[in-house]
Structure formats: C-alpha cells, structure tokens
Design a protein around this ligand. Sequence first.
Ligand SMILES: [Zn+2]
Length: 175
Amino acid sequence: MRTLVLDQGYQPHRVVDWRRAVTMLFDGKVEVLEEYDEAIWKSATVVMRMPAVVRLLRRVRGKRSIKFSRINVAMRDDFACQYCGRRLPLKQLTYDHVVPRSKGGPTRWENIVMACYPCNERKADRTPREAGMTLRTKPVKPTGLPVIAFRIERSGSIPEAWASWLYWNVELESD
Ligand SMILES: [Zn+2]
C-alpha cells in the first residue's frame, strides 16, 4: 500500500510506502487526512489504520516549479470566468483555449483561461474576437504559486482515497 504525501499547501508532493508515512506520523512531520480500511494495530479502545493521504506540517524547502494544472489556472485567474468576470466555485468553471485547438491554439499557460460553462459554450470554437468577447486579463505563466511539480504515475491504479486530492492537481497535457 502506498501513501500520498501532500505538501503544506495540500498539493501532491510525493508517494511513499505506507510504513514510511507511519514513521513520518510518529515523528510529528505529517497529519493524516485519509485512511485505508486496513488496521495497522488495535487496542481495546484505539484502532490505527493505514494512512492513505497525509499532509506535511512544515513547508517543503527548495525551488518550486509551477505546475500547469486546473487548480493552478483557477488560482491564477482568481476563480473567475475570464470573459464575464463572475467568480464561481471550481466545479462551475472549466478551462478554455483562448485560440481554439482547432485553430492551432496550444495548451499552455498563455492560451488557457478559466471560463464559466455558459461563456465557454457561447465562445465555442472561435477566438474571442470572432465571438465578440473580451478577455479580462492576458493569460501569463505565473511565477509565484505555492505548488510543486508532480506527475501521477500513469501505470498502476490510483487508490480511491486519493481521488479527491488529485483531480484538481492533475497536470494538464501541454503541447
Ligand atoms: Zn462567464
């Protein structure tokens, strides 16, 4: 069994063997966010279960690169649709290729913005100019988000306990 380690900012940091996660827990380095059903040990009153997701209590040192992911695009765009400006919950936002893929628009920081579903549908397969829509800000690659590069191993299955911590952190396929 493997344990997903998040950094202090709840971004996936690395994957470790569950025994390593237990050591980190006893060393006071992490807190447990999700557990597997399997018990490691139990007494009359306490059951300790295998940790599935843990979070580092201290900041990770070192250079950080900004991952190109939905959550980071959303953070850059302040959780607002870049066409109508409405701030919305994450699940009501999607990402939009400013220059559509069909017209050669790349999947890159500079060509991806958050959009609400109605604006995204209205814009359809057109550039903002063609659709008569205006971008609120010019999309750029941010320099200072509290995130760390992380790739999910494509082979091997992702434990269910990790799912909610991973979806918004999955690296977008960039060109
Ligand atoms: Zn909108």
